[in-house]
Ligand binder design. Structure first.
Ligand code: BLA
Length: 506
């Protein structure tokens, strides 16, 4: 990574995406001061819509819209809720608009979004699809099946060319885990991309506001006038609005990936962003209001189902690990030599920590199981572990960064988890994981096509591969716990055996 890159990433993270000062042009925005009910800021793409009523600025809301929202306007001003209120449709100069209001910064933000021809008139029209989806979800076995179903259902409801579901890891890198598409756009299934593609302030916003729509990556932004609210001196915070203008960096990203339109829906688990459903269309396209509501609803159902499935999987893993531990204990107890017991069924020892290789080093012996460095290399690692000797457990997902000499065997061991089983001797159980780059599966050709500009998922994938070189999959808390529990069991058995021997000798 060059310092240039880092600067760019900082700049990205600083971009004030909540207060862009402009809106997308498929509707209009009025900021209303609730005490007086007058419009204090506005953004209107099609001046003709309001021409006969004059500029809305300084006018009471009902007059600004020629009386169109007179009743709603009065109740709007009276209700203090912060949430999203759907106010029905309003026709201006023959154009039907969906009216939606929020409270923000003590103001009312009223958006009028142009309806599209032939769109569903209500959420009820979409109910059969939603109900079918819920039935299908119930039959999905695991998270992968849930995501596949959701992707195809979302594509069916929206009619968009491609629907991706991606999931964040602990470091906010993402992986495309499910995809439904036609031939208009290429596959991104299994592609990974670095955290910087969706910078932190965007992730925070997406946690608070679940759905965003970019109907045309080449849109001409409409400025909010005046730029600062005369009552507060602040720019309008558009966090909760649909019409919010989007980061120009991201619009370029969309152009580079050949997508004219994009809609994304947040997937949350316990208040944390788990992933996104990202929908694309090759040509500009606006997903209608009620369809978006249905998508938002599907997103929430999917989020809940994912949480339930993941919880169940975690419980299952815990139970599975207990069974492995019990088996290993039995094997060790059955042998005079506990090392023989541990090595008797290598699959058990490896799956205990989801590793590809393991080494048992005790009293001069060294037993290698699965995919490991050579015995000489393992002994070298043991000397290193012994020299650093801090605590009974050590783990790293980037061994080459800790022990440069391990570069030579990064393919077998970029990750190391080790527990010490003796206070006196250099005795260890060690588990190894290979370099992640070798464990990534990818669909399609991950290499960027020649001449492609540098801001798109393919290039990001290349960048991601650079950042994960020399690393294994991270060790989870459960992996480390399983290792230390095994250590305790071994120490107990070894100690007990030693004591028994001592008793016999007495
Ligand atoms: C936003 N970046 C986003 C969004 C997505 C991605 C989905 C949400 C907006 C939307 O719904 O379209 C990223 N889209 C992807 C990825 C894939 C995809 C990874 O389809 C892979 C398949 N982005 C960059 C860099 C910067 C950046 C280098 O790649 C900054 C320099 C910025 N991305 C950026 C910003 C936003 C964003 C600022 C917020 C846009 C907004 O909501 O205003």
């Amino acid at each position: 990574t060059t310092s240039n890159d880092l600067l760019d990433r900082d700049a990205c993270a600083r971009e004030a995406i909540r207060t862009p000062g402009t809106i997308q042009p498929y509707g209009l925005l009025l900021v209303i001061e609730p005490a007086t009910g007058t419009v204090v800021q506005c953004a209107v793409a099609r001046a003709g819509l309001l021409a006969r009523h004059g500029s809305p600025l300084g006018q009471p809301l009902d007059q600004a819209l020629g009386g169109a929202l007179a009743d709603t306007a009065r109740s709007l001003v009276r209700t203090p809720e912060a949430g999203h209120a759907y106010l029905g449709t309003v026709t201006l100069e023959g154009v039907v608009h969906h009216a939606v209001a929020h409270r923000a910064q003590g103001m009312i933000q009223l958006e009028l979004e142009e309806a599209t021809p032939g769109e569903p008139g209500s959420l009820e029209d979409l109910y059969p699809l939603i109900r079918a989806f819920m039935g299908d979800l119930e039959r999905a076995r695991d998270t992968a099946a849930l995501c596949d179903l959701a992707a195809s259902q979302l594509r069916c409801i929206t009619g968009l060319d491609r629907v991706l579901i991606y999931r964040f890891d602990e470091a906010w890198n993402g992986t495309v885990v499910a995809e439904a598409r036609n031939e208009a756009l290429p596959s991104y299934l299994d592609l990974r991309f670095p955290a910087s593609d969706i910078p932190p302030q965007a992730r925070e916003l997406y946690r608070l506001s679940r759905l965003r729509l970019i109907s045309d990556c080449d849109y001409v932004p409409v400025p909010i006038e005046p730029a600062l609210n005369p009552a507060t001196g602040e720019p309008a915070d558009l966090s909760l609005t649909v019409l919010r203008s989007v980061s120009p960096v991201h619009l370029q990203y969309m152009r580079n990936m050949g997508t004219g339109a994009s809609m994304s829906i947040s997937l949350l688990r316990e208040g944390r962003l788990w992933g996104l459903i990202s929908c694309h269309n090759r040509a500009p396209h606006r997903v209608p209001y009620h369809v978006r509501t249905a998508c938002d609803f599907l997103g929430q159902i999917l989020s809940l189902q994912i949480a339930a499935k993941e919880h169940a999987t975690e419980v299952e893993h815990r139970v599975g690990r207990r069974a492995i531990q019990a088996r290993l204990l039995a094997l060790m107890a059955a042998e005079d030599d506990f090392l023989k017991g541990l090595a008797a069924e290598p699959g058990q020892l490896l799956s205990l920590t989801q590793s590809d290789g393991a080494a048992l080093v005790h009293q001069g012996r060294c037993i290698l199981l699965g995919r490991t460095p050579t015995e000489a290399q393992v002994r070298e690692l043991v000397r290193w572990l012994d020299a650093r000797r801090r605590g009974d457990e050590f783990h790293t997902a980037s061994l080459p960064a800790e022990v440069p000499a391990s570069m030579a065997f990064k393919d077998a061991a970029s990750g190391l988890l080790a527990v010490s089983i003796s206070q006196m001797h250099a005795s260890y159980v060690m588990w190894f994981r290979p370099e992640l780059i070798h464990t990534v599966r990818w669909g399609g050709d991950p290499r960027k096509p020649p001449g492609a500009a540098t801001l798109d998922p393919r290039t990001s994938f290349e960048a991601w591969k650079e950042t994960v070189r020399l690393q294994s999959l991270p060790w989870s808390a459960a992996d480390v716990e399983a290792a230390t529990e095994l250590r305790t069991a071994i120490v107990d058995i070894v100690l007990r055996k030693a004591e028994e021997m001592a008793d016999l000798n007495e």
